[in-house]
Design a binder for this molecule. Sequence first.
Ligand code: GRF
Length: 221
Amino acid sequence: MSLTKPKLVVLISGGGTNLQAIIDAIADGRLHAELAAVISNKQDAFGLERGRTAGAAVRCVDHRQFADRDSFDAELMQVIDAFEPAMVILAGFMRILTPGFVRHYQGKLLNIHPSLLPKYAGLNTHQRALDAGESYHGATVHFVTEELDGGPAILQASVVVNKNDTALTLASKVLEKEHEIYPAAIQWCLTGKAKLTDGVVHLDDQILPKSGTQWNNEDRH
Ligand code: GRF
């Protein structure tokens, strides 16, 4: 019954294809959770429509209506906590969060980043990987800590960078992998298979390296 499933609150700012991957994984039973709410800082984010269609509550907390990050994050926390989520999932949420917010959800706040962290934290990751001549690129699911894109990783998936790849083709290959690994990593956290303890990720009681565990190594061939 949905009432017994752990609740997720997903924060978005845009199209929400990762949100859709989460919705699809819940629908087909890979992810045992209830999507309680989708919250955006932008009223016109298409992800809100995806959330509505999936039967979740949708909310907009517009950052422009707040004097500073602290007051925005305080309101965001109130809206989130009303849903009593087991986990809070950042899925293309384009706001830097305050240390107070991050601490409040420590161990249950996840992000997905389009690079093989610790490489290419920040924006414009695909072009930067191309410019550096990388042979592999990818995506990382990590716990959020106060360091931007710097929290300990749970799961990474790689793609091969081909000679004719552009930032666009690379983005689309990486996004496909994101849609596989995000629901999987969330499920690991919900079941306790993956957890953050004393700043490191334990997977089945083994300590993971800071880059997490690898999803699909056959892509390397
Ligand atoms: C993804 O590339 C994700 O890695 C990054 O923001 C983007 C969100 O895309 N954090 P979408 O809105 O889920 O399609």
